[in-house]
Design a protein around this ligand. Sequence first.
Ligand SMILES: Cc1cc2nc3c(=O)[nH]c(=O)nc-3n(C[C@H](O)[C@H](O)[C@H](O)COP(=O)(O)O)c2cc1C
Length: 174
Amino acid sequence: MKPKVQPTGVEIPLSDDDLIVSKTDTKGRIVYANKVLIDVTGYQEEELLGIQHNIIRHPDMPRGMFKLLWDYIRNGDEYNGFIKNLCKNGSFYWVYTNVTPSYDASGNLIGYYSARRKCKPEALQVIEPLYRDMLSAEKRAGAREAIDASMAVLNSLLADKGVSYDELVCTLQD
Ligand SMILES: Cc1cc2nc3c(=O)[nH]c(=O)nc-3n(C[C@H](O)[C@H](O)[C@H](O)COP(=O)(O)O)c2cc1C
C-alpha cells in the first residue's frame, strides 16, 4: 500500500556523480533499486521491492507527465524528462530521468530500466513553472479532462518554442 507522506518542502540536494537506478516489471512495480535510491528516498529495500513506483510520486507532479512517460515506454521508445520525487520523510528531490524498455533474448518485454541524475538548475527554471501550469490546468479541468488540459499546456509551450518534447528536455539538460 502507498504510504501517506506529507511533503515538507525540504529539498535533498544531489551531487553531480549521484546515479539513481531502478528497474520495474512491465506493470511499474519496483524489482531493483540501487543504494543511492534507497539512501536518497529513505526507504528500506524491502519497502520498495514489489511496490509500484508511484510510492515516491510527489503531488506537485502533473499526471500528464506520467501519461507521457508511459506512452513513450509502452511504445518501445526511450523517455527522458524531469521528475520531482517524494522521500519517505516528506523531503523532495528533482531528477533528470531516462526510462527504457528491457527485453529478454527472444525480444519479449520484461520490464523497464531507469537511471537518473541531478537536474541542471537552469532547466528547473523552465520546468517548475511549466509543471505548476500543467497541474493547475488539471485541477481546473477535473479528473476526466485533466490529461488533455495538461497536455494542452505542454503543447502550447512546445509550439511557442518551436521544438518537440525531446528537443526541449535534451536542450534544457544539455
Ligand atoms: C522504470 C520506471 C521508473 C519510474 N520512476 C518514477 C519516479 O522516479 N517517480 C515517479 O513518481 N514515478 C515514476 N514512474 C512512474 C510511475 O510508475 C507512475 O506512473 C507515477 O508515479 C504516477 O503514478 P499514479 O498515477 O499511480 O499516481 C516510473 C515508471 C517506470 C516504469
